[in-house]
Design a protein around this ligand. Structure first.
Ligand code: PLP
Length: 391
């Protein structure tokens, strides 16, 4: 009897027919049946149990995607998990499943900027209205609520600015108002936080990041509660948004070491946060010590923290901040994160959409660091050398 999830991740598959510890990559568009009655039986089974992996056509998935869905539903403790070709696809599928013209969505102000564009601009074209709430003042969820509110959408921690929110309070308000809730949980993954277990209806993870872990595949996962399952399967069938078997296989390969990698990302990130926090002109946006900002709210819900952090740098101008980022030798400069490697990017918050509640002074700049799996001593030396250049 396997008890720990760490053990489960290492024993996700065994096939004694092929003697393989890995599921085969089944790539097929046509699915063949011995007879029409065979085909009809599978169709019937699929209607009776749409979570059972009874496929009749490649667009619905194959046994490879079905294996990944099972692993993720186990990890999420969800009713079901849908797979999409990108993380952003999962965000779209979540919104498209529950929102209709005339509806409103209340969304966290520090949201991943493409999600902001999707809700604030694109959904507006479909007469769906977006209101933003302040992650540091959840009363703004109440004040934005109206009878048209259909979804409260959280991202925790906030994108680039790393605010942690009291998730339980959001869920209780939503339940009282009979509104469904979604969270982008890419930062923590269900290894550190299980959103469905604490009451969310949707848990979104960009599988491009820690699930795959090797910066070589894109994918998304949308875990759901029983309450919203039917809406999502309908929307998925109507949009054809599904992950390919090859990408599902790569994500499955990555996920076996999710716990080991995340534990190491966390260890490295904690060491680096401590070094950075020694500088008076730097505020570390990461829950690394008891009196650090948001530590209590992080600790209340999470069992660990990943490798992504922000640092707020006070500097005369943005050139100085760019100089710090550019002079890092072991940190690549580019988007995405969650792979084995360290990354650094100067995030110009003004370019992240018009944040309503963010209080950033003129001389404050945000750098996003992804702390990878390198030897932390090398990363620390690299950071120390670059810091020397700016002060
Ligand atoms: C928090 C968060 N959610 C969702 C996404 C979108 O994921 P993908 O790039 O897989 O579409 C990203 C991508 O950077 C992200 O950072």
């Amino acid at each position: 009897m396997v008890k720990s999830f760490k053990t489960f991740l290492k024993h996700t598959y065994k096939d004694f027919k092929t003697r393989s510890v890995n599921p085969p990559v089944v790539r097929t568009s046509t699915m063949v049946f011995k007879s029409m009655s065979d085909l009809r039986q599978v169709q019937k089974r699929n209607l009776r149990n749409p979570r059972g992996g009874h496929f009749e056509y490649g667009r619905q998935g194959t046994s490879t995607t079905f294996e990944l869905e099972k692993i993720l539903s186990n990890l999420e403790e969800s009713y079901h998990t849908f797979l999409t070709p990108t993380g952003f696809g999962s965000i779209f599928l979540c919104l498209f499943s529950v929102l209709r013209p005339g509806d409103e969505i209340i969304i966290a102000d520090p949201i991943y900027s493409p999600t902001r564009l999707l809700t604030e601009n694109y959904l507006k074209e479909f007469n769906i209205n977006t209101k933003f709430y302040d992650p540091n003042n959840l009363q703004t969820i109440k004040s934005n609520y109206s009878k048209n509110t259909k979804l409260i959408y959280v991202e925790n921690p906030g994108s680039n600015t790393f605010e942690f929110q009291d998730l339980g309070k959001i869920i209780s308000f939503a339940k009282k108002m009979k509104v469904v809730t979604a969270i982008d949980n890419t930062w923590g993954t269900p290894y550190f936080l299980k959103p469905i277990k604490i009451g969310f209806d949707f848990s979104i993870v960009s599988a491009t990041k820690y699930y795959s872990g090797h910066s070589d595949v894109m994918g998304g996962s949308l875990a759901v509660s029983k309450k919203v399952f039917k809406k999502v399967i309908k929307a998925q069938n109507m949009t054809g948004l599904r992950l390919s078997p090859d990408d599902a296989y790569l994500i499955m390969r990555g996920i076996r070491t999710l716990d080991v990698r995340l534990d190491k990302h966390q260890q490295n990130a904690n060491q680096i946060a401590k070094i950075l926090s020694k500088k008076k002109y730097i505020e570390v946006l990461y829950p690394y010590k008891k009196n650090s900002k948001n530590y209590k709210l992080w600790k209340k819900y999470y069992s660990g923290s990943s490798g992504l952090m922000g640092i707020k740098i006070r500097a005369k101008n943005k050139k100085i901040v760019d100089k710090f980022v550019n002079s890092l030798k072991l940190f690549g400069h580019g988007y995405s994160w969650g792979g084995y490697e360290s990354l650094a990017i100067h995030q110009e918050i003004k370019e992240q959409g018009n944040r309503k509640y963010l209080k950033l002074k003129k001389n404050e700049y945000i750098v996003r660091l992804h702390i990878g799996l390198e030897d932390p001593k090398d990363l620390i030396n690299d950071i120390k050398n670059s810091l020397k250049l700016i002060k």
